[in-house]
Design a protein around this ligand. Structure first.
Ligand code: ADE
Length: 227
């Protein structure tokens, strides 16, 4: 998979790109690259934003600036791009990101993420240059960078080999193995801590019973969450 992140702050991703699962994915041939939106602005003095029509506080990222960044990166008219690949604009008002969308995106060969700043993008970016508008939650961040990292993290860990140990992505929260439910509780040594033990079944060595118990716990947690 090739992921391109368009941002005004590429340096934010340096730490993220150094993390183990991202490095594992890159060693397997996947790519995560950042593109500085300011680098290709057609405006003078590195300008990328402007005051909103109609007035009001804040600045808006210009559609022609985003268009220029996309045109410089891809060999296609940016208007055609959303028809050919997922171009995901990050915005608090977008569709809520979840595990199902992470799985869907992990199937793509190429992804483009657009990180907004200030008051976000000119509406025409969302309408004509993006295929999806995605939010990581109902709160306002100062930009799309952290949201892009959340999405990259959730997607990259689904790529075969990225985690290093395959089972952990198979039987985890919201996975099919757990009927889409939350993960069961985990315990490790010490078996007794300040008088608190761990469920006997986990010490029994009975794999079938352990599996049943875990599924049951996952169902209980799902039920608890509903109520
Ligand atoms: N940009 C600002 N807030 C955001 C959010 N909650 N999700 C995605 N992008 C954002």
């Amino acid at each position: 998979m090739k992921i391109d992140v368009f941002t005004l702050f590429p340096a934010w991703f340096e730490w993220f790109r150094g993390q183990r699962h991202v490095r594992n994915a890159e060693a397997l041939g996947h790519r995560l690259e950042t593109i500085d939106i300011r680098a290709t602005t057609p405006l003078s003095a590195g300008q990328v934003d402007d005051t909103p029509y109609g007035g009001g506080a804040g600045m808006v990222l210009r559609v022609d600036v985003v268009e220029a960044a996309l045109a410089a990166r891809y060999d296609v008219d940016p208007l055609e791009l959303p028809k050919r690949r997922r171009v995901i604009a990050l915005a608090a008002s977008g569709r809520q990101f979840d595990e199902a969308l992470a799985s869907e995106l992990a199937q793509e060969d190429e992804l483009t993420l657009l990180c907004g700043r200030y008051e976000g993008f000119d509406e025409r970016v969302y309408e004509y240059l993006a295929s999806d508008v995605v939010s990581i939650g109902p709160y306002v961040l100062s930009g799309g960078e952290l949201a892009a990292m959340v999405i990259c993290d959730a997607v990259i860990r689904k790529l075969p080999g990225a985690l290093g140990h395959e089972e952990s992505a198979l039987e985890e929260s919201f996975s099919e193995a757990l009927e889409g439910g939350p993960e069961y509780p985990h315990y490790t040594r010490p078996a007794k801590w300040r008088g608190h033990g761990v469920p006997e079944i986990l010490l029994s060595g009975h794999h079938g019973k352990v599996r049943e118990w875990r599924l049951e716990q996952s169902r209980l947690r799902a039920k608890r969450r509903e109520s």
